[in-house]
Design a protein around this ligand. Structure first.
Ligand code: SF4
Length: 129
């Protein structure tokens, strides 16, 4: 998904953004762009997101709150993933224009996210045992 070099530096200091992108797309399958998650958008991002959707020919269902931006649920879209995600490659089709929420991810260790610094406690337990 969306990679913020400063965040990656926190969790995996030797990982370049390009290498992290490879992990997201090839190992993880962009889990943060799929499933029961919500993507929050600013007012400007709502407008931009809808314009990108038109140019890509995809439908988006954004719930808007007056003067507070909006949000969309991945589960409301075909394939149950973000409508901007290329399902086959797990690449973001608007990567250069992705919303701030995507740019800031990951902010903390997130279960299943390989670049966030998250550790599988089950695996750790096996190693120690
Ligand atoms: S806009 Fe791009 S980075 Fe953000 S959730 Fe959608 S596919 Fe992922």
């Amino acid at each position: 998904m969306s990679l913020n070099p400063r965040r990656i530096e926190h969790s995996m200091p030797d990982l370049s953004p390009a290498a992290a992108s490879g992990i997201c797309m090839n190992q993880c399958g962009a889990m943060c762009c799929r499933g029961p998650l919500v993507l929050r958008l600013s007012q400007d991002e709502v407008r931009d997101f809808e314009a990108h959707a038109v140019s890509l020919g995809v439908a988006v269902r954004i719930t808007q709150a007056p003067e507070q931006g909006g949000w969309l649920r991945f589960l409301d879209h075909p394939g149950e993933h973000c409508p901007m995600l290329d399902d086959a490659t797990s690449a973001c089709r608007i990567y250069q224009h992705r919303p701030q929420h995507c740019r800031d991810f990951p902010q903390r260790p997130t279960p299943g996210c390989l670049i966030s610094g998250w550790k599988d406690e089950t695996e750790s337990g096996r190693e120690q045992g």
